[in-house]
Design a protein around this ligand. Structure first.
Ligand code: XUL
Ligand code: CO
Length: 439
């Protein structure tokens, strides 16, 4: 690498432990430390989001860029893309993460024609391949940006115009080729424009059928090119669309089942999308997990007082603990990981703030992992929950679960045994218990 973009970071961010006062050191994330039967790195599989970390400029709906990044200054778009890629790999290595994620248009600039855009992507993919080989950093997932270009304003695959559907398909075809070329372990579909604004001009059934056709074609194309990575859908209820079709985990799973797609997809659950959908992060993770469909996580958080996707770095230990409980209970994310789909705030203008932000997120999840592992080892919650449902393990409860009884027999059961007695849910006791583990 010709020059350094993060000169203030002279070595890989070290693990220094809880007592360290060094803000540029991990206090909890100790890559090779075993937790249960895996190392922290194997459990957490952290990934950097190219769009925020490398391309984010601090702008918001009311103000222009507040960050000035040295890697974004070259006047030629391809030079700029290469310099950004250099800075990205310097960042991944100095932070000590093994994975990154991108949209096609994050890594390579759009050209004046579609053919030019594809060529640009090819050039940068070749460059990324070389840097991946040199550094050992891997691609967690690739995706296509089907929301930024104004042509997708009324949808990509759900657009009323079939020509635009074709453009979206062509773009995903190239993004899949890129992901395959870079050994991507997953491929994500996030449908920011796959939704509608008003039913006055929308045929919802038609649009949902279009979306299903699109996904089937993606499955077919992946088979054709030998892409073995996991397909993931990332639910979000709104923003930028008013109603997005992949609203939340439950809606997305129902859609996948309805259109015979369930075998080919898992979900990429994002914390801030969960809260926008009026759910907790752990609810969305659990709905996906109990269906055997929790594939990966976009790790971030929203702001309780703001009703939009603020994509802040995760710092809340309560949230990371509950998330890691779900992940540990399903024995990990498989080919998925924890991708920081998050950006420093508008006032955090320095490149070093990117380090502080990621270090905080990684430590918050490492602590969540340690706490969740202890809770599981102690059977602190599972024991209580098992006891709460114990009446289903024998007698009439076991018959209910085995499908061996009916309303008539249950009526007789109540008549013979009298009215049931209530039991406490002990929520306050359990909340206290969790707080005692978070220390
Ligand atoms: C948008 C969002 C996306 C997806 C990938 O809210 O989360 O960046 O993660 O397209
Ligand atoms: Co996301």
């Amino acid at each position: 690498m010709a020059k350094t973009y993060f000169p203030e970071i002279t070595k890989v961010i070290p693990f220094e432990g809880k007592a360290s006062k060094n803000p540029l050191a991990f206090k909890y994330y100790n890559k090779d430390q075993k937790v249960g039967n895996k190392t922290m790195a194997e459990h957490l599989r952290f990934s950097v989001a190219y769009w925020h970390t490398m391309k984010g400029d601090g702008s918001d709906m009311f103000g222009s860029a507040s960050f000035v990044r040295e890697w974004l200054q070259a006047s030629d778009p391809l030079d700029r893309a290469r310099e950004t890629m250099d800075a990205a790999f310097e960042f991944f290595q100095k932070l000590g993460v093994d994975y990154y994620c991108f949209h096609d248009r994050d890594i390579a600039p759009a050209g004046a024609t579609f053919a030019q855009s594809c060529k640009n992507l090819q050039v940068i993919v070749d460059y990324a391949k070389q840097l991946q080989k040199e550094t050992g950093v891997k691609l967690l997932w690739g995706t296509a940006n089907l929301f930024g270009d104004p042509i997708f304003t009324s949808g990509a695959s759900t657009n009323p115009d079939a020509h635009i559907f074709a453009l979206a398909a062509a773009q995903v075809k190239n993004a899949l080729d890129a992901t395959l070329a870079l050994g991507g372990e997953n491929y994500v579909f996030w449908g920011g424009r796959e939704g509608y604004e008003s039913l006055l001009n929308t045929d919802m059934k038609h649009e949902q059928e279009q979306l299903a056709r699109f996904f089937h074609m993606a499955v077919d194309y992946a088979k054709k090119i030998g892409f073995k990575g996991q397909f993931l859908i990332e639910p979000k209820p709104c923003e930028p669309s008013k109603h997005q079709y992949d609203t939340d985990s439950a809606t997305t799973l129902a859609f996948l089942r309805q259109y015979d797609l369930i075998d080919y997809f898992k979900l990429n659950v994002e914390a801030n999308h969960a809260t926008l959908a009026g759910h907790t992060f752990e609810h969305e993770l659990t709905v996906a997990s109990i269906a055997g469909k929790l594939g990966s996580v976009d790790a971030n958080r929203g702001d309780l007082l703001l009703g939009w996707d603020t994509d802040q770095f995760p710092t809340d230990l309560y949230a990371t603990t509950l998330a890691m409980l779900v992940i540990l209970n399903q024995n990990g994310l498989g080919s998925g990981g924890l991708n920081f789909d998050a950006h420093p705030r508008r006032s955090s203008i320095d490149p070093v703030d990117l380090f502080h932000a990621h270090i905080g997120g990684m430590d918050a999840f490492a602590r969540g992992l340690l706490i969740a592992q202890q809770i599981i080892e102690d059977k602190a919650l599972s024991g209580f929950i098992a006891e709460r449902y114990a009446s289903y393990t024998s007698g009439i409860g076991a018959k209910i679960m085995a499908g061996q009884t009916n309303f008539v027999e249950l009526e007789k059961y109540v008549l013979d045994n009298g009215l049931p007695r209530m039991k406490s849910g002990r929520l306050e006791m359990l909340e206290n218990l969790i707080n005692n583990y978070i220390h």
